[in-house]
Design a binder for this molecule. Structure first.
Ligand code: SF4
Ligand code: SF4
Length: 206
């Protein structure tokens, strides 16, 4: 973990995190529910804004365990769910002319937390952070001009609160996707992305 005093950030609205072709905008099932409600999307419309990104090689259990957002079994194999991107890698919801996110208030959890990532630690011994570790993502170090010595020191309490909520959501998402994957393996559901989304749509509240 970086020294907390060195964590500095202010968004410079460069859009790099929304247009990087190597960044998948991962979404959780809770993001899907928020998008459904916020944009009033039916199932067909939802499928039009989600990308299903298939792994082209078999992954080990260890690699799978380390993934921040768990993949799901689909008709094409193990797949990440994320917002759709165009061919150049730009997020479907990024308005390049206005340099802004068109769904800012309901943008996915991982967009809200960028450029930070979080982890749990039992012995940080720091009252300000509790047991949440906070650090820059590797992608942020590569292309986010908003981090670094020119930017103001972040408000730790705010970010630790966001980190704590994020870790809870990721855990919930992990269980949801794990149940889906188990159901597929047991033959209880077909590995079909449309069915995956319709299962999420049956959840009545977040
Ligand atoms: S890369 Fe950093 S500075 Fe640029 S838009 Fe994203 S968060 Fe803001
Ligand atoms: S949802 Fe918004 S913030 Fe997230 S990548 Fe797309 S344009 Fe950027």
């Amino acid at each position: 973990m970086e020294n907390l005093e060195e964590l500095r950030f202010v968004c410079k609205r460069c859009g790099n995190c929304c247009i990087d072709k190597n960044t998948i905008v991962n979404i959780t099932y809770l993001d899907i529910l928020r998008l459904k409600t916020g944009l009033n999307l039916d199932l067909k419309e939802m499928l039009e804004i989600i990308g299903f990104y298939v792994f082209n090689k078999k992954l080990t259990e260890e690699t799978l365990d380390k993934m921040v957002v768990s993949p799901i079994e689909s008709e094409k194999g193990l797949t990440f769910t994320g917002l759709l991107k165009n061919k150049s890698g730009k997020c479907y919801f990024y308005d390049k002319k206005k340099t802004k996110c068109l769904i800012y208030n309901i943008r996915p959890m991982l967009c809200r937390t960028f450029p930070f990532s979080f982890d749990l630690s039992s012995n940080l011994g720091n009252k300000a952070t509790g047991n949440v570790k906070l650090f820059y993502t590797e992608k942020a170090k590569k292309y986010c001009p908003g981090i670094g010595s020119d930017s103001p020191v972040i408000k730790f309490e705010n970010w630790i609160k966001i980190g704590s909520e994020t870790l809870k959501e990721l855990e919930k998402n992990h269980h949801f996707n794990e149940n889906w994957n188990k159901s597929v393996k047991n033959g209880n559901v077909l590995p079909n992305v449309k069915h995956y989304i319709s299962t999420i749509y049956k959840i009545s509240h977040i």
